[in-house]
Design a protein around this ligand. Structure first.
Ligand code: 13P
Length: 266
């Protein structure tokens, strides 16, 4: 059974591989204009991380956006002191060295990220990321002071075979093995793969059922568990009403400022 007062709601946008300098600027301008929080005048120290303060207009909800690597400095600058925090979408398991194309957790922290998504189903599916690798990335992120948002979720075939809970438990096992101290410093995102980008959202009851099982398995009332998969302004409130759903990881709808902020406000 959850203890909601221990868990502040979190809404995270995952822009995935979308954006351009001009398009981002427009989206950020809209986000900042409509969220009742304005960026302060630019300060000389561009390396200062964004303050992870809750959005001033929504003190009960933490908000962040996760953008492609190359745009993180642009977002760090635009979001400084906005109340909207910054995250990356993946991180190297390595700290530094001869790993061409990789970006380390300390580099992300250096340019102002506080968050990083790890183990997204698109990384598991297209880049063969194992749950053991995902757990190692969790450690790398925490070591650099980043908070990992760890994604888990079953395929449609798993659900139809009655295996959804087993699959999710297998994905969680290496994370749980890191110990309670680690578990209480991360955020989980349950994203059933069949609901991602398909317009098919899990019903609030289906999502709550899985979130409850995840919380029981991880043995933590403090752990925040987000739901992801076709979250929109018009289904967010019913999902957030569930006792073990602590917010959302939002893909497509995070590319529309008005829609995203309606989810934040839900
Ligand atoms: P959609 O909201 O576009 O379904 O994407 C969900 C997701 O994968 C967020 O990480």
């Amino acid at each position: 059974m959850g203890v909601p007062s221990l868990r502040k709601r979190l809404v995270a946008g995952n822009w995935k591989m979308n954006g351009s300098l001009d398009g981002n600027r427009r989206l950020l301008d809209e986000l900042l204009a409509q969220s009742d929080v304005q960026p302060s005048a630019a300060r000389p120290d561009a390396a200062q991380p964004n303050a992870a303060q809750p959005n001033a207009a929504r003190p009960k909800c933490e908000v962040l956006v996760c953008a492609p690597y190359v745009y993180l400095p642009q977002l760090a600058d635009a979001l400084r002191e906005s109340g909207i925090a910054l995250g990356a979408q993946d991180v190297s398991v390595h700290a530094k060295g001869a790993y061409t194309g990789e970006v380390s957790a300390s580099m992300l922290a250096d340019i102002g990220c506080q968050w990083v998504i790890v183990g997204h189903s698109e990384r598991r599916q297209y880049h063969q990321e194992s749950s053991a690798l995902v757990a190692a990335k969790v450690v790398a992120a925490l070591d650099a002071g980043l908070t990992p948002i760890v994604c888990i979720g079953e395929l449609l075939a798993d659900r139809e075979a009655g295996q959804a809970a087993c699959v999710v438990q297998d994905q969680l096992e290496p994370i749980k093995a890191l110990g309670k101290d680690v578990v209480e410093r991360i955020v989980l995102a349950y994203e059933p793969v069949w609901a991602i980008g398909t317009g098919l959202t899990a019903t609030p009851e289906q999502a709550q059922d899985m979130h409850g099982q995840i919380r029981a398995f991880m043995e933590s009332d403090r752990l925040r568990i987000l739901y992801g998969g076709s979250v929109k302004a018009d289904n967010a409130a019913e999902l957030f009403a569930m006792p073990d759903i602590d917010g959302a990881l939002v893909g497509g709808a995070s590319l529309d400022a008005r829609e995203f902020l309606r989810i934040v406000a839900a």
